[in-house]
Design a protein around this ligand. Structure first.
Ligand code: SF4
Ligand code: SF4
Length: 425
């Protein structure tokens, strides 16, 4: 099984073993053992749900330190549109972008601009290709990973196109090379990320071998750096070019808004996404053409690395451009993009729940699992550290747990022993 890089990690010192996170994980990737949470790496999709629910802030997303940008001669910030929604009083986007340059970047690329291009390519792709319906957006890496591990039958529904972050990195790097004469290795492209899934994507890109994004800085980190700088900017550089169509990608429904089909739906929040995908898999939703799905509530504005409440941010996105004077974009759609943006490799099913690679052994283990599960109390109380009785039964079969980890089974065992002892006396 391939070992993935994961942005989401546990701070063992902070974990109190409270088990709050185990039931919220959509892939049953967390166990609490010996008083501490443990993430089963193959199962984690970096959705960030456990970061949100941990009352002790013991789960965190690893991003790069800001100093990493100074390892490069020329530094590019790829700014996610959700970043604009972090500021109250609707600041001119040019002020935000100018402040980013003042804290160390040489150039800013608005990911909203590449999102506009991806929208055009997606429209053409859907028109020319006969994908199974509903066609599912591949923009949220956590959703793509979820499909890869839990809904293999829906892999064929995914739009096999690069996400705006990757197209943005390509365009920004090409421009920086031609402007500066530097080699691509001397140019550092950093994504300003709202979420852990995109931080993971940089190391584990989807549909391509290697991402051109060199690192990522969390929205929280950059927000705190530029806030005081923004106040001092009287004459901003005219850097903003992205229109509402691209900026709306920051919120749930924004991607489908640009596609302007009638039968699109947008679903947000990982548990809602799972519900809808189950319905798609069971063919109970047949009249949907396009499904936009985001792991975070509200869309990217709800990412765990943002600053502002997702509902406030979602409403702010509608007004981002109110005080902004836009300049003409350097990046316009051309038909060459239709091919350039295609995934270079397919996404494969990753059977994380498989009990054994040998089918006969897997069947035996499954039988064993069912027997153990039948003997467990079916309360799914979580006190054994597994999210459900069935998950504990699976752990026992895999050799990671024992039946006495269940407090009910342990109590029965103790009772039986004491009765036996009493009989013997
Ligand atoms: S929610 Fe999970 S990670 Fe946080 S303290 Fe409880 S067991 Fe540990
Ligand atoms: S990031 Fe999501 S999938 Fe990974 S352990 Fe946390 S809740 Fe589970």
């Amino acid at each position: 099984m391939k070992q993935y890089f994961h942005s989401v990690t546990l701070d063992k010192e902070k974990c109190k073993g409270c088990t709050n996170c185990i039931k919220r994980c959509p892939t049953e990737a967390i166990r609490v053992r010996d008083g501490k949470a443990k993430i089963i790496k193959e199962r984690c999709i970096d959705c960030g749900e456990c970061i949100r629910v941990c009352p002790y802030h013991a789960k965190k997303a690893i991003t790069d330190s800001f100093d990493k940008i100074f390892e490069y001669k020329y530094k590019v910030a790829l700014v996610a549109p959700s970043f604009y929604a972090q500021f109250k009083d609707k600041p001119d986007v040019n002020v935000i972008l100018t402040a980013i340059c003042k804290v160390g970047f040489d150039y800013v690329f608005e990911v909203a601009s590449s999102a506009e291009l991806v929208t055009e390519v997606t429209k053409n792709f859907i028109q020319k290709n006969n994908l199974p319906k509903p066609v599912i957006s591949s923009a949220c890496p956590a959703v793509v990973r979820l499909i890869q591990v839990r809904f293999p039958n829906l892999i064929a529904n995914l739009v096999p196109l690069l996400a705006p972050i990757e197209l943005g990195a390509r365009l920004a790097k090409e421009r920086a090379v031609s402007k500066t004469g530097l080699s691509p290795e001397e140019i550092g492209v950093f994504f300003i990320t709202p979420c852990a899934a995109k931080a993971t994507y940089i190391h584990e890109p989807l549909g391509i071998e290697k991402s051109l994004v060199d690192g990522c800085i969390s929205i929280k980190d950059l927000y705190l750096r530029i806030l005081p700088v923004m106040k001092q900017i009287k004459k901003p550089k005219m850097l903003a070019t992205a229109s509402t169509d691209g900026i709306f990608w920051a919120k749930s429904g924004g991607e489908s808004f640009g596609l302007s089909n009638e039968n699109n739906i947008a679903v947000d929040g990982i548990w809602n996404v799972i519900k809808v995908l189950e319905e798609v898999e069971n063919q109970t939703v047949e009249d949907i053409d396009f499904l936009e799905a985001a792991a975070c509530v509200g869309g990217c504005v709800g990412g765990p690395l943002t600053v502002t409440n997702c509902f406030v941010a979602k409403s702010r996105i509608n007004h981002v451009l109110e005080n902004t004077k836009l300049s003409p974009s350097l990046y316009t759609y051309s038909s060459d993009l239709d091919e350039a943006v295609r995934w270079e490799k397919t996404i494969d099913f990753e059977p994380i729940m498989k009990l054994d690679s040998d089918m006969a052994v897997a069947m035996q283990k499954l039988e064993q699992l069912e027997k153990i599960n039948d003997n467990l109390p079916k309360l799914d109380c979580g006190s054994c550290g597994a999210p459900s009785c069935r998950a504990l039964a699976e752990d026992i079969v895999r050799g990671f747990a024992k039946e006495s980890d269940c407090i009910f089974r342990l109590r029965e065992k103790v009772k039986k022993l004491s009765v036996e002892k009493g009989d013997a006396q």
